[in-house]
Design a protein. Structure first.
Length: 244
């Protein structure tokens, strides 16, 4: 079963919507509660000051994802560099997908973006696993300047979803700015599934396309990692103070 990493700024009151917790019910989830420290603040000092309050909040959040059923666990980290921390924890937990939380109600339809240098088969396979036998539809989206090749890719990608009885549609944007086209199509969808467009998960997630999609589409964005391309990273300066 796929594991999804859900980072939350736990001391800033960041939470998850009921729609996201229901969407991720079939998955294993690691809730990463984190707090980014000023450069001059030692992580050990922050642990002494904030650990109890952060742990209480994090336990409540993890419970929403099914920690009592054994499908969710959590980590609490005080760090100076959230990018390195997220990358490390994703590797340690073997998380294949990273969730950028967003507000959403019931999930009726996913927008699955296949634009860019992404692992199309892995993205489609994850979408099928996520949906399972639930009545959730999928719109496969691709922005390209090669209409025939793009149409062929969408038709091929739709087959395994349709074979599982999933309501699947396709949307092809030709000669349109890819991100703007994606944001336009995200309207009317409850969540977005997309892949990494660079070797590093964090190049995309922080300040790049996935966060902008999450901000402008409001709904959650699930980023499928290109795990085979993730390079070894130097150790980050963090203190892990709790895990369950």
């Amino acid at each position: 079963m796929t594991r999804i990493l859900v980072p939350l700024a736990v001391l800033e009151g960041e939470s998850v919507s009921a729609g996201l917790t229901v969407l991720l019910e079939p998955m294993n989830v690691t809730v990463l509660g984190y707090h980014v420290l000023p450069e001059q603040t030692p992580p050990d000092q922050a642990r002494l000051q904030y650990e109890d309050r952060a742990t209480d909040a994090l336990e409540d959040l993890a419970a929403e994802f099914g920690s009592t059923e054994g499908t969710a666990d959590y980590r609490l980290v005080f760090t100076h560099d959230r990018k390195q921390t997220f990358d490390r924890v994703a590797a340690e937990t073997a998380a294949d997908v990273y969730a950028i939380p967003g507000a959403t109600g019931p999930i009726d339809r996913l927008l699955v973006a296949l634009t860019g240098d992404v692992a199309v088969e892995r993205i489609v396979s994850f979408a099928a696993e996520l949906i399972g036998d639930r009545e959730i539809g999928v719109t496969l989206f691709l922005a390209t300047d090669d209409e025939p090749a793009g149409q062929e890719l969408l038709e091929t990608a739709a087959v395994p979803l349709a074979d599982r009885g999933i309501d699947v549609r396709t949307e092809l944007a030709v000669d349109e700015p890819p991100l703007e086209a994606l944001l336009e199509r995200a309207v009317g969808h409850d969540a977005v599934v997309m892949g990494e467009q660079a070797p590093s998960l964090l190049t995309l997630v922080f300040g790049e396309d996935a966060e902008r999609v999450a901000a402008e589409s409001v709904g959650p964005v699930l980023v499928v990692r290109n795990v085979e391309d993730v390079d070894e990273k130097p150790p980050d300066r963090t203190v892990d103070v709790g895990r369950s």
